[in-house]
Design a protein around this ligand. Structure first.
Ligand SMILES: [Zn+2]
Length: 331
């Protein structure tokens, strides 16, 4: 699933290809956008594309005259950019297409592509509620706002691993980022927000933008260069040669049973209950409960593994007798 760094790369790619160009063609196959375009066929052609941005996992474009589009990729969506004038057949997964004389951008498989008129943060409700972007365009990560939202009353009893996915608190964190951020901060994913120490809060506010920036610049690699080198060169640290490149991207994410990069304890994976809003974005909305896999080092992150032990069944009489006989014969 594309997380903030992946969506930002699409936004940069689209901005480089389309900004300051006039639209020659814009089409959509999502229901509302398609209906809007058939009612206003002449609205887009000739308009200059002023800017394309992302905020968290949302991507939007603003055209001259305060009109624009908003997309969310969910699980499978992606943008592809081609040279202007190329002939690109319509794929059945195509959701939208924006053409200028210089480039063609095509959105595949994304369930959300909508057109808005006005200011994006006023017109698109999902943008309005987002927390500070983990990859801010200008200035540093807004740690003060992040902390204020994180520590609001309704979050104190929630687990930090679940809350990191809440896009209203910080926008752009998905499953690989949350696992690695918590590992680098040495924080138990199941720890409640209200129990985090001031040192842990400070570590999180530094690591969130740091790991996000590294993953953006490193095309999805969330570990620092020295760890990346170790992961690529030491075969005992990944599952095997064929998947070594992919297996060398993260510190704990999808490294179940492989040695921790710090203490060599096997990395664990467990389910963690999070919530999901109707638009499929990971946010903690009570009522739509689901679990996501979290990865961690039980030693470095001080996770109490007893919490996962099943309630033991009462031992059968027969097993107890067998055990007594065994100890009698040993004696
Ligand atoms: Zn460890």
């Amino acid at each position: 699933m594309p997380e903030g760094p992946e969506v930002r790369r699409y936004a940069v790619q689209l901005a480089n290809a389309l900004e300051n160009q006039p639209v020659t063609h814009l089409s959509a196959r999502t229901r509302d956008a398609k209906a809007f375009l058939s009612e206003h066929p002449d609205l887009f052609p000739g308009r200059i594309i002023e800017r394309i941005r992302s905020h968290g996992k949302h991507l939007f474009g603003v055209f001259e005259g305060e009109i624009g589009f908003h997309s969310h990729l969910m699980m499978w969506g992606r943008w592809s950019v081609y040279g202007g004038g190329e002939t690109i057949e319509i794929d059945r997964r195509e959701r939208a297409r924006i053409e200028t004389p210089a480039a063609i951008a095509i959105l595949l498989s994304a369930p959300v592509f909508e057109i808005f008129q006005g200011e994006p943060y006023q017109k698109i409700e999902n943008l309005r509620t987002l927390g500070p972007d983990i990859l801010p365009y200008d200035g540093p990560f807004d740690a003060a706002l992040w902390r204020k939202r994180l520590l609001s009353e309704e979050n104190l009893e929630r687990e930090i691993g679940a809350v990191l996915l809440d896009q209203r608190i910080s926008a752009g964190i998905g499953n690989y980022l949350r696992a690695d951020i918590l590992f680098f901060c040495r924080i138990d994913p199941y720890k409640r927000v209200g129990e985090l120490s001031s040192a842990e809060l400070a570590a999180l506010s530094e690591e969130i933008p740091r790991v996000a920036r590294r993953a953006f610049e490193g095309e999805g690699v969330s570990v620092p260069p020295a760890l990346r080198e170790r992961l690529l060169s030491d075969t005992s640290l990944s599952y095997g040669a064929q998947i070594r490149e992919y297996g060398a991207r993260h510190a704990v994410f999808r490294r179940t049973n492989l040695p921790c990069l710090v203490c060599e304890t096997p990395v664990k994976q467990k389910k963690q209950v999070v919530y999901r809003t109707p638009d499929g974005d990971d946010e903690n909305e009570p009522g739509d409960e689901r679990a996501r896999i979290i990865y961690f080092c039980p030693n470095c992150q001080n996770v109490d593994m007893a919490r996962f032990e099943r309630v033991k069944k009462p031992r059968s009489k027969r097993a107890a007798i067998g055990e007594r006989e065994a100890s009698a014969s040993e004696a």
